[in-house]
Design a protein around this ligand. Structure first.
Ligand code: PRP
Length: 207
């Protein structure tokens, strides 16, 4: 049985759709209930829904053999896992954004609000920029509006959230998409099963 960690939410549903189309379906996952684990012994797969940022933890520690995680989460947590495939879904970018009239003064410490402190730190380290990280857990866009920070480092997908809150992207940091990741030991000991899933997905996506 291959244990697969799916990120709860829209991205996870899309990811499951890809695995289903590749021949690794699990019909019980579509039932309306609050179960978190679903399996299809015939196909040798067991799926479970986890918080998106927890997928890397489940996979790194081997509670899941494989999983789907955004590149944002992978860069932020640097888990010791194999990255097998870019699924080409969940595309967005990590960017610095601020109020439209924000004027950066390099002689001052920059206050940066973000859910991604490691990504933000390494981005500004490369520029030898002195920053003060303010770690938030959501609604990051509020920070510059309320004067809590000068800029934010956050995910931009359509740009609508920034636009509707009178903010604008100032600098792109990195492109993001969802990746299929594998636990290192599982990749060794369940190699043929994992490769079969990986190849099925690859064939189906045409990549
Ligand atoms: C993400 C991100 C932005 C928004 C960007 O938020 O933090 O707020 O999506 O999307 P857009 O460019 O299409 O407007 P998410 O929905 O994950 O919520 P949270 O960060 O507030 O938890």
């Amino acid at each position: 049985m291959i244990n697969i960690a799916l990120p709860k939410g829209r991205l996870g549903e899309k990811a499951y759709g890809i695995l289903e189309a590749a021949g690794f379906e699990c019909p019980s996952i579509k039932e309306q209930n609050r179960k978190l684990i679903f399996e299809n012994p015939e196909k040798g797969v067991r799926y479970f829904w986890v918080k998106p940022s927890d997928v890397v933890i489940y996979v790194e520690r081997g509670a899941a053999d494989i999983g789907i995680a955004g590149r944002d989460i992978i860069l932020e947590y640097s888990p010791d896992v194999y990255e097998l495939l870019d699924l080409g879904i969940g595309k967005c970018r990590m960017a610095v954004a601020a109020k439209k009239d924000f004027c950066d003064r390099r002689d001052r410490t920059l206050r940066v609000a973000t859910k991604f402190p490691n990504i933000a730190r390494s981005f500004y380290n490369e520029q030898s920029r002195d920053i003060d990280i303010i770690k938030l857990n959501g609604s990051i866009e509020l920070a510059p509006i309320l004067g809590l920070s000068d800029v934010i480092v956050d995910i931009v997908e359509t740009g609508k959230t920034l636009y509707e809150n009178d903010l604008e992207p100032k600098q792109d940091i990195v492109d993001i998409s969802a990746r299929l990741i594998a636990n290192k030991a599982s990749y060794k000991f369940k190699n043929s099963e994992i490769r079969e899933i990986c190849e099925g997905v690859r064939r189906n996506l045409g990549v």
